[in-house]
Ligand binder design. Structure first.
Ligand code: ATP
Length: 250
């Protein structure tokens, strides 16, 4: 692992890159995952590496939706495992929702390693070995999921998802919550709730929001019923544009 001086202006971003490189070396993250992260980073630069107001709103709605769900499932891929395994396990416990390993570039070895990592972080229910159901509308290898997990879930948290699968899950009638720094991605546009934020920031905020909702016993249904994802994505773009207009480019 590279030694990064903590005064380095890009300390946080370099540490995150290191976690992903370590994920590739440990056989958890795919090489393509590094490229996907690069795309995310570019958007984070435009966002100012902070949580936007619109992302906070989406996070609050996501927390309410997950808490009100009958059968929530949290999907984990190689980037998610490398960056926020601990937080995904904590969220799974808070919601009493299983984690399911679901990866784009699947090898059995990689899936097993991700499962082992989640279990090492304390997860007691990790699905993804048993792929006995098929999501309609996508090609076979990516469509296979656990009948008792993603297949029958009513609300799915699928961070860093790809557009096709997100659309296929929505077409099955599920509510899909995604975390994606790109407000223009197919995933962001297809999802029921798109949290346009960095996954590490988003997970911290989501965990806090779930804890607060549990304590406050808010009207969860009302929170998510008044939410329009398309309008919120427009608000994200407005926030980015207004930030860029203020930026001193000299
Ligand atoms: P789509 O299929 O949705 O149009 P894509 O082809 O860009 O998107 P991928 O290549 O699977 O999808 O990339 C995953 C997405 O994850 C990218 O849009 C990127 O912005 C986002 N992303 C990558 N790293 C992070 C991160 N750390 N936090 C949040 N989002 C991220």
């Amino acid at each position: 692992m590279t030694i990064i001086p903590d005064l380095h202006p890009r300390y946080k971003s370099l540490m995150t890159r290191d976690k992903l490189v370590a994920g590739v070396e440990a056989g958890i993250t795919s090489q393509q995952g590094l490229i996907a992260h690069g795309r995310g980073e570019a958007f984070d630069y435009l966002i100012g590496e902070q949580t936007l107001k619109s992302a906070r709103r989406a996070t609050e709605v996501a927390a309410a939706m997950l808490l009100a769900a009958k059968k929530p499932v949290l999907s984990v891929n190689g980037n998610v495992a490398a960056l926020v395994a601990k937080e995904m396990v904590e969220l799974s416990e808070l919601l009493n929702a299983p984690l399911e390993v679901n990866i784009f570039y699947r090898t059995e070895k990689r899936a097993k390693r991700i499962k082992a990592l989640l279990e090492k972080q304390g997860a007691n229910k990790v699905l993804g070995d048993l792929r006995n159901a098929v999501i309609p509308g996508i090609e076979h290898s990516r469509a296979k999921v656990d009948r008792d997990g993603l297949y029958s879930a009513d609300v799915v948290l699928a961070p860093l998802e790809d557009g096709d699968r997100c659309e296929a899950l929505v077409n099955m009638g599920k509510k899909v919550i995604t975390i994606d720094l790109n407000p223009l991605s197919r995933t962001s546009k297809q999802a029921s709730v798109s949290i346009v934020d960095d996954i590490e920031r988003a997970l911290q905020n989501l965990i806090l929001a779930v804890k607060e909702d549990k304590k406050a016993k808010n009207d969860l249904a009302a929170l998510s019923e008044s939410y329009d994802n398309n309008e919120n994505l427009k608000a994200v773009i407005k926030e980015i544009v207004s930030r860029l207009k203020k930026e001193d480019l000299r």
